[in-house]
Design a protein around this ligand. Structure first.
Ligand code: GUN
Ligand code: ZN
Length: 428
């Protein structure tokens, strides 16, 4: 028997990229409309859903916004327990807080408990998919993919590789990084909703041999993703210049080792040279904007309008635990504030697109997640647009539908997440 559910409320739909196409054609809210879910997938939207869904079990979300589940395109689940650690910038923050915590993930029990807690926190916040770094320990990858499978979540993850400039106990080698990553991708990539990302942490913590080995692995498995960090802090870029004197720039340290490609995800990408921007656009690589992290660790102001509106593919992320929140609502708010500091007001439609379809596109999963359209997975986040007294009183003054959505993007948190659907099932 088919499971069929008719969800009624305002429905967010996409028909294009609102950074390069006119807003009102790229993004729409169908007011007082519906989504029909059959089995694991979206079967119909709008009038078609209302027409076809007469026999379906109804879920009344009147006045709420039915969104695609949020997609966090760059995070570190092993940093869950050290989020909001005080007072350090990137390199000191890694050495003081991050590396000691990541050391614990050789213990599969600890890794599993953290992975479970992390994914539950994501669902609490309306996030149904994530691309996460793990630690150097293969057990940490198994833990996340197992926890994701239990929840039927579409997750991208990979073993973080480091063979220099990291403490004892947290280094692999070029060969073991290749061998372990290969074994893990053969085990997990394409298993259910799991997808593997080859994951060199960033150029400073890999030797050229390790980057080359991982570049070779990617060439052997071109349908996997590759995730790393790029040009996050000025000191870091100086360090990279010293470590790779022959590279033209930071991006070139990856390109020279086979680690630049369309399925590459480059987190932060704040302080880019014009050549790097042109090259990223030409390749169609994905950038990931991590706004709460960029302010929390003091990294800088990502140039969203230049990049996203300049046809460089861009997604949105928390970067937990450098980022100060698990919430993609909070990330949208921070993206808005950073763009304001750079002189542009990003529209609510653009923020929502970045957190869903934009992230799905950089993960190369737009045919499965990130939009509400027939055939896509039933991964949804239902937003209560009046979730707190402060938001409710502002919402009451709204003059149109976007004005009623925007306060929740700016002031909302997990209390705004009324319901979450994963793979066509409501989370109980
Ligand atoms: N660069 C290299 N590793 C990390 C990390 O764990 N977090 C952040 N924000 N930047 C990094
Ligand atoms: Zn990161």
């Amino acid at each position: 028997m088919t499971d069929a559910y008719l969800l009624t409320g305002h429905v967010l739909t996409f028909d294009g990229d609102p950074f390069v196409e006119p807003l009102d054609t790229a993004v729409q809210i169908l007011e007082n409309s519906a989504v029909l879910i059959e089995d694991a997938a979206i079967a119909a939207v709008g009038n078609a859903a209302l027409a076809q869904g007469a026999q379906a079990t109804r879920h009344d979300y009147t006045g709420h916004l039915i969104c695609p589940g949020f997609i966090d395109a760059h995070a570190h689940y092993p940093q869950t327990a050290i989020i909001a650690s005080w007072g350090k910038r990137l390199i000191d923050w890694l050495n003081t807080y991050t590396f000691p915590e990541e050391m614990r993930f050789g213990d599969p029990v600890y890794a599993q408990a953290t992975a479970e807690r992390y994914l539950d926190l994501l669902l609490d916040h309306g996030t149904t998919s994530v691309a996460s770094f793990c630690t150097i320990h293969p057990e940490s990858v198994d833990a996340l993919f197992n926890a994701a499978a239990t929840r039927n979540m579409a997750v991208v993850a990979g073993k973080t590789c480091m063979d220099r400039n990291a403490p004892d106990g947290l280094r692999d080698t070029a060969k073991s990084a290749y061998d372990d990553s290969k074994a893990l991708l053969e085990k997990w990539h394409g298993q259910g909703r799991a997808r593997y990302a080859i994951t060199p942490r960033f150029s400073p913590t890999s030797t050229e041999d390790q980057l080359a080995a991982l570049g070779a692995l990617w060439a052997e498995h071109p349908d996997t993703l590759m995730q790393t960090h790029l040009s996050e802090q000025v000191d870091e870029i100086e360090w990279v210049r010293g470590l790779y004197p022959q590279a033209r720039d930071y991006l070139d340290t990856y390109e020279q080792h086979g680690l630049l490609g369309e399925r590459g995800l480059y987190g932060h990408a704040i302080h880019l040279e014009p050549r790097e921007i042109d090259r990223l656009r030409e390749i169609g690589a994905g950038l990931v904007h991590c706004p709460t992290s960029n302010t929390f660790i003091g990294s800088g102001l990502f140039d969203l309008m230049r990049l996203a509106a300049g046809n460089v593919r861009t997604g949105l992320a928390t970067d937990t635990g450098g980022g100060s929140s698990f919430s993609m609502l909070r990330s949208m708010a921070a993206a808005y504030e950073i763009a304001q500091l750079r002189g542009t007001a990003v529209h609510a439609a653009q923020l929502l697109w970045l957190a869903t379809a934009g992230s799905a596109r950089v993960l190369h999963r737009a045919d499965e997640i990130g939009s509400i359209a027939p055939g896509l997975a039933g991964d949804l986040c239902i937003l209560d647009l009046a979730s707190t007294p402060a938001i409710t009183q502002r919402h009451a003054r709204a003059e149109n539908i976007w004005d009623s959505v925007f306060p929740t993007l700016i002031m909302g948190d997990d209390r705004a997440v009324a319901d979450v659907w994963v793979g066509g099932q409501r989370r109980s």
